[in-house]
Write a protein that binds this ligand. Sequence first.
Ligand code: ADP
Ligand code: ZN
Length: 512
Amino acid sequence: MRINLFKILHDIFGFETFRGVQESVIDRVMASQRTLAVMPTGAGKSLCYQLPAVAMEGCCVVVSPLIALMHDQLRSARALGIRAASLTSVDEDWRETQGQLLAGDLDLLYVAPERASNEGFRALLERARICLFAIDEAHCVSEWGHDFRPDYRLLRPLLDRFPQVPRLALTATADAHTRQDILAQLGIPDDGLIISGFDRPNIRYVVEPRDGPGRQIGDILASNPGPGIIYTQTRAATEKLAASLGAKGRPVLPYHAGLAPEVRARNQAAFITSEDMVMVATVAFGMGIDKPDVRFVVHAGLPKSIESYYQESGRAGRDGSPAVATLLWGAEDFVRARQRITEVEQARQQGERARIAALGALVETAGCRRAVLLRHFGEDPPQICGNCDNCLSPPASIDATTTAQKLLSAVYRTGQSFGLTHIEAVLTGKSNDKIIQRHHDKLTVYGIVGHDEAAMLKPVSRALLVRDALQTNEHGGLMLGPQARGYLRGEEAIALVLPPTRAKRGRRNNDI
Ligand code: ADP
Ligand code: ZN
């Protein structure tokens, strides 16, 4: 039996050995045990169901959320000589596919999750021989996950109709909470969880506040001649940044969902073969793209979650050679993310808040960034990795609690409607028209911040915004947030992390 598996691994897939947890996952599947495999992107999840699909009698039904992704996988499976087909709304040959399935001529059948609720489909499966249900992107079944898809909830009744058929759920992105939820939702026992190592030791993690992003990104490009990806948050930002970087001589292309399909395909193809190109893209770029020599990934704004950050930054350095992942964040990213929470349904808000808090912990830590990431994925990493910004040059940490209190009182006493520039002017005792007119020079907080302390106001306001002790109104005016009380009462302390480079540069910049 084992010899058989290795022979298939070699003859069909062309690999000499299994990687990481592939072997244990496949062993469980072959023993008909229900399994959830949590493996980072690039770890080789497809093999975990493709190989059993070839080895076992009958067809493996693969549930996958995105038709585009499904068709990529279909093509690569067929290229290996695996008998594969898909049944989706865009497939026209479904009669032929049904025939193949019933005749036992299919190894893999890719379907979209909504298919599961279709009675005709269930009946079809009952007439066929099914050897495995593989549920790809399984975090979509959880409301705790960052990509909940209600259609995934339709899977359970289908799976339960075939209790003897093993089920294999796969995901790259699941924190402990989401994992438990996937197990429960899909009826997989706790001991069916297999987690592979998430560390990517060749990636150097760097996290900096956005402080002149044009210059910051320029610096990164200057020290990284190889291919790289810069993720921006909007299509417009993508185009603008691509144009301004392109003007400096490096080959740069934009990529976002608003570009014509042929332009996207052309840009992607150019990037794949290039040795020095920079792709400025929205997160629409990267899924299903296998370019091993990406040397750097920059996030020009806060990603959606630690999971997405790990996945997107993980597109760097797949070849194992040194690569850099840089995250540039601003307090306004956190403000906006919190505003978006109010737009999602009640049931998902707690999960969203936890996701933002986890990102806050990553950007604010004075400790090892890798340790924060790996702990998030349930690992128990060493305190120091030696290959992130904080490990390489440990930042100074200073107690900024009193400055935070002064700032919060000034926001409160001026009526919670002014931006940081005015608050700074009041605290440092400036006399300008706005201050005189509103009698802000009569406030107890007027002039209570000295010259040296003034430099801390911006980083402190940023930290308070990240922690939801400050919020902004629609005009950028600062207001107290739900966490302000703890700081004002002296129950919460705030330590400020001062990266050495920032201290050296000594720039000041007032847009938070
Ligand atoms: P995932 O879905 O986990 O992101 P894939 O299944 O797309 O990963 O596999 C990522 C890459 O690793 C592919 O290029 C695949 O061919 C390769 N790969 C998978 N398993 C092995 C293995 N055992 N040995 C070598 N390469 C492998
Ligand atoms: Zn580190």
